[in-house]
Every structure is written in C-alpha cells, then in structure tokens.
Design a protein around this ligand. Structure first.
Ligand code: PHE
Length: 447
C-alpha cells in the first residue's frame, strides 16, 4: 500500500510555479537539442526531418510528458513508488524502477559529453583550441586521453552539490538563473550566425523541406529524438511532477516545456547550420559536428574564440540542467526507499555514477576503445540500451498506465472536454503502436 510521507512532502521539497517550468525546460533542453538534434538533422535531410520532429513532439512527446507529470503529482513519490501509490501493484513499480536505473545509467555517459563541452569552452576562451588546425585530430587526442575523466568528475560534482541543496534551494534556484542565461547566449550566437556571409545556404538547408529525403528510418529517428529531448520515459518528469503544487496547471506546463524545447532546438539549428555552411563545411558530420566542424568556423571569424567559448558554455549549461533532473531520479528513489537524508542519497548516487561512468569516458578513443560488447564500445552500448530499449519501454509503461490503469492520474492532468478526449485517444490508440515500432526498429527486428 501507500507509504508514509513521500520525499515531495517535506518542507523545501516543492517547486514554485516558475521554478517548475524552468526546471522542466532545463531538463528537456540539453545535449539532445543542441548537439544531437543538429547533427541528426544534418544526416537525415534537413528541414523535412525538422518537420517530422515537430509532428512527433506534438502527437507523442506532449501527451507522454503530461502523463508523466500527472503520475508524479498524483502518486507523490519517486519514479517507482508513484506507480505503487496509485495502483497498489508491485508490477507497475518494477517498471518504474527501470526508469530509476535508466536515468542513472544515462547520467553516467551523458556526463562524459557534458565534460567535453567544459574542456572545449575553456580551450576556446584561452585560444588553445585554435593553435592547431586539424580539429578532428585534436578531438581524437583529447578524447583518447585521461582528462575527460576529470571534466566528467567536475560536472557530476557540481550537479551533486546543487541537488544536495534540495528542490527549491538547489534545483529550481539554479534553473531559474541558468535557463534565461541560456536564452541570452543563444540569441547572441544566433545573431552572429545569421549575419555571417553565406548564412543563407545553411538557413535553407535547415528550413526548406526536401521531402524526397524522407524515409521510414528518418521518421523513427525523429520519434526517438522526440522522446529523448522531452526527457520522457525515464521517470524524470514523474519525479519533478511529484514536487509540483496542486494549483499549478500541468497542461500549461506541458505547452511551455514543449514550446521551449522546440524553440531552443530550432535556434540551435539556426546557429549550427548557417555557421557550417558559411565556412563551406559539411553538415552531415555526425557526432563530431559541433566539436570538429564548428571550431574550424570559429577560428576564422572575428572574435571567434569568444563566440566559440560562449557556444561551448551554452552546451555545458544545457547539459548541466539536464543532469540535475536525471540524477534527481535515483536520489529521490534512495531517499524514499531507504529513508536516507538528501545529502547521503546525493553523495552516494553521484559517487557511484561517476565510477560507473569512467569506462564510458575511456571508451571513446581512449584505452577502452577496443573493448567491445556486441560490437559496441561501453559508451555506445549504454547509449543504445538506455535510448533504444529502456526509454521506449518507459514511455510505453507510462502511456498504458495512465490510459488503462489509473483514473486518478488521468484526472490529475486536469484536461476537460475535447482536449481530454484527444489526449486519451492518442494515449490509447496512437502512441502504443508507434512506440512498439520505434522499439522493433531500433533493436533491429524490423528495418
Ligand atoms: N532531454 C535531455 C536532452 O535533450 C536528455 C534527457 C533525457 C534528460 C532523458 C532527462 C531524461 O539532452
């Protein structure tokens, strides 16, 4: 049955309205928007892919996001016990636990890339980045060494420090400052990118759809990206939802988070593509796009070191606010489950996450790069298992739970009339088969 007061009921463990919106946006906007979205758009055909992504956000991302927030607020517990509190069944809470585990594992490798962005920000500001000219070699040299571990440690340590201060005194306080700061930096960089000579070609690539480029594969990638970028499927929004006040409108929060998430992804594209095209570089570069292609562009623009530094700081902040939300999931779980203090739960979670994350850091070009599990490095395996297996399962569980198993959670969303009917229709009929499709596709059962 329901346990005693959940973590969310202690004083100081509540979001203010603005604090919740900012923190949820901070979770959504991350490397997924600023690093991954531009490079997969580059690979999967530019604007046509952007359009697909928007459709996926609306018909899948938004409904599932609202479902998670509602489960969290109605269940008043961590990502696992919220299910238990609402249904009384251990089976549902086991699936919720997969999210706790998944968030923890995502943090362990996500923090590796987040660490890289700190290194790149520093070496751009100091100019060290622009001393050499072959950015692919520099990227390789950096990632094959041991210093990424130190940067990963730093970003995880900072995250732990913020989370240990609590929901209102830590998480929301930092998000309320960092998210607007992010907007300012983004706008400066966008203004710079859009006024570069030849920026037009990049804008066209990003915003003028060529539907001949669309394939079944690009649709499934867009769907997966909609999930990842909205931070759903991992219990993050359930955990954050459990700290939301009763009076706050979850529907409005969903619109704000989706809008913010999309806006920041679009602006990221309006920075990356005009810059790339203006310097005659290739957009379809894959993961190295921002670390290899953009430094070449920054090196040949006036004040490029400063713009480059700002750009990587932007990535670091976006990643940081996402890590806060990811780490909070296991922290909240440990606090509820073992009745640990927030400090104890945070210290253990952060420390173990760092240890688990070290092999990931060493597997991208480093000493562990030849250690393969099923043909994949440690980093790629974790990314694969979390993004392609745990995330769709988590999304499906949330969808089915609210559609069929918990009337309370459905009511908690606060929708009425047509809006409610559309939402329930999407959750019952449209979303489950779509998720099964991405799942089968991404594990290679269909192609
Ligand atoms: N949404 C974040 C991003 O776009 C990543 C994330 C995934 C955060 C899942 C929390 C949960 O980078």
């Amino acid at each position: 049955g329901a346990s005693g007061p959940a973590a969310g009921e202690k004083s100081g463990e509540r979001f203010s309205s603005l604090g919740f919106i900012m923190s949820a946006i901070g979770s959504a906007i991350g490397l997924g928007n600023l690093w991954k979205f531009p490079y997969i758009t580059g690979i999967y055909g530019g604007a046509a892919f952007v359009l697909l992504f928007i459709i996926c956000l609306i018909i899948v991302g938004m409904p599932v996001l609202l479902a998670e927030m509602a489960i969290g607020r109605a269940g008043r517990g961590n990502a696992s016990t919220s299910f238990l509190n609402l249904s009384g069944s251990k089976r549902w809470s086991f699936f919720g636990f997969l999210g706790v585990f998944g968030s923890f594992m995502i943090t362990s490798f996500y923090s590796v890339i987040a660490g890289w962005t700190l290194h790149y920000a520093l070496s751009s500001f100091t100019g060290a980045l622009y001393k050499g000219t072959d950015y692919a070699v520099q990227f390789q040299t950096f990632t094959s060494g041991y210093s990424p571990i130190a940067w990963q440690f730093l970003i995880l340590g900072l995250s732990g420090w913020v989370i240990a201060r609590g929901v209102s005194g830590g998480i929301e306080k930092f998000n309320k400052v960092l998210i607007p700061a992010l907007a300012v930096v983004l706008l400066i960089l966008m203004a710079r990118a859009l006024t570069l000579p030849g920026a037009g070609a990049g804008i066209e690539f990003f915003l003028k759809p060529d539907f001949s480029k669309l394939t079944g594969e690009s649709a499934l990638v867009a769907l997966g990206q909609a999930f990842f970028s909205m931070s759903v499927g991992m219990g993050v929004m359930i955990t954050y939802g459990s700290y939301v006040k009763k009076e706050q409108s979850l529907g409005k929060a969903t619109v704000a988070v989706t809008g913010g998430n999309l806006l920041y992804a679009l602006i990221a594209g309006l920075i990356v593509f005009p810059t790339t095209f203006s310097f005659g570089l290739e957009p379809a570069q894959g993961p190295g796009l921002v670390f290899v292609v953009l430094p070449a562009a920054f090196s040949s623009m006036p004040l490029g070191a400063a713009f480059g530094g700002l750009f990587f700081i932007l990535l670091a902040i976006a990643a940081f606010t996402s890590i806060l939300s990811l780490l909070e999931v296991p922290v909240a779980f440990a606090m509820d489950r073992w009745k640990w203090s927030r400090l104890k739960a945070t210290s253990w979670t952060t420390a173990v996450c760092f240890i688990v994350g070290v092999p990931s850091a060493l597997s991208v070009g480093g000493v562990l790069s030849n250690f393969k599990i099923g043909g994949k490095t440690v980093f790629d395996s974790l990314d694969f298992v979390t993004s392609n297996i745990l995330l769709p399962i988590g999304g499906l569980v949330v969808t089915l739970f609210i559609a069929y198993a918990s009337k309370r959670a459905m009511e908690e969303a606060g929708l009425k009339g047509t809006l409610l009917r559309v939402w329930v229709f999407l959750l019952r009929i449209v979303i489950p088969p779509l998720i099964v499709l991405i799942f089968l596709y991404s594990v290679g059962i269909i192609s």
